[in-house]
Design a binder for this molecule. Structure first.
Ligand SMILES: [Zn+2]
Length: 328
């Protein structure tokens, strides 16, 4: 009884009801975090050309645009500040209590107290050279000096009301440093969702258009993990567990299902997958060119992440959850 004709695998997928019963359900909207870009000013919602359906928002337009996203059940957001001004060599505007992100967090929390707000903690949007930390006299990012600044950024975000912070600078020791800084100030319940394994990837192109964050010189390959070395990539995440991360994150996601599934099997923290801009743009472009049905493409790709062990989906599709998953 172990092979054809006794075994007929088609039996279990013969009808939609059977497929629904035997298959996994799609992950609910509460498992999604929507990454959003905020800009200074009022009453603006600027389309991001390479990411149809995504915008740069001023705080007021974000508040309006969030209403349907929250009513559809989306779990949370991840905020990125996008700035034209206020940049200098150390990126100190990143921890200004009256800064853009800090102000956005305060206003969003007062409108939507239940919304889970994470903030990106890095310096690249705030430094005039575009690197994720301060540079030493040789022009290299100074890891240890950068840690002090990241602590200040994290503190300013949780003081404004953020539920958690997502450090993305990929400095060694950043999670430990931030955890200590938060605890010392009494923010013992603030969550750290670490970009624990962040690859140097060609899939960030559209994000860099959205966040205006290309480094002025060089690149970030010394900060970010190499996709040719999966072992080192896993060590990055294991190091963050030891340093006190609450949630791990793999970024990008779809080309790294092996890393997600290994992490899922070898640790007990929630694993988030950042379904990045290039992954979004690929599917959006495919559908715009008539090469594939958007909802089917997104459903299939999200399910691939889910099967690989993803617990939390950091995804630009989150603001279209009902359209995409509402009809399956
Ligand atoms: Zn950065």
């Amino acid at each position: 009884m172990s092979s054809f004709p006794d075994v007929r695998l088609r039996r279990l997928r013969r009808t939609k009801s059977l497929r629904n019963m035997t298959g996994l359900p799609f992950p609910g909207p509460e498992k999604f975090i929507w990454p959003v870009f905020i800009i200074e000013g009022k009453n603006q919602k600027i389309p991001i050309n390479s990411m149809p359906g995504q915008y740069r928002y001023t705080i007021d337009t974000l508040i309006v645009s969030l209403e349907p996203v929250i009513s559809s059940g989306t779990g949370g957001i991840l905020l990125f500040g996008v700035l034209d001004n206020h940049k200098d060599s150390t990126g100190k505007y990143a921890f200004d209590d009256k800064g853009l992100v800090q102000q956005a967090v305060r206003e969003l929390k007062s409108h939507y107290p239940e919304l889970i707000i994470f903030t990106d903690v890095c310096l690249c949007a705030y430094t005039d050279h575009g690197h994720c930390g301060v540079l030493n006299k040789y022009g290299d990012v100074d890891n240890d000096q950068t840690l002090d600044l990241l602590d200040k950024v994290a503190l300013s975000h949780v003081s404004a009301g953020a539920d958690g912070i997502a450090p993305s600078a990929m400095m060694d020791g950043q999670v430990l440093s931030i955890r200590n800084a938060l605890d010392n100030e009494g923010f013992v319940n603030s969550i750290i969702m670490s970009y624990s394994t962040k690859f140097a990837s060609a899939l960030y192109g559209p994000f860099r258009e959205a966040a205006l964050s290309k480094p002025g010189t060089g690149d970030r390959q010394s900060c970010q993990a190499s996709y040719r070395d999966g072992h080192l990539a896993l060590r990055e995440s294991y190091a963050d567990i030891d340093e006190g991360a609450d949630i791990l994150m793999v970024k990008p996601s779809l080309f790294y299902l092996d890393i997600i599934s290994k992490l899922r099997e070898t640790c007990s923290l929630p694993v988030a997958a950042y379904n990045v801009s290039g992954e979004y743009s690929m599917l959006a472009a495919s559908s715009q060119n008539g090469w594939g049905d958007l909802n089917s493409l997104v459903q299939e790709s999200i399910m691939a992440l889910y099967r690989s062990g993803t617990d939390i989906f950091v995804s630009y599709w989150a603001n279209q959850y009902s359209e995409i998953f509402g009809t399956h």
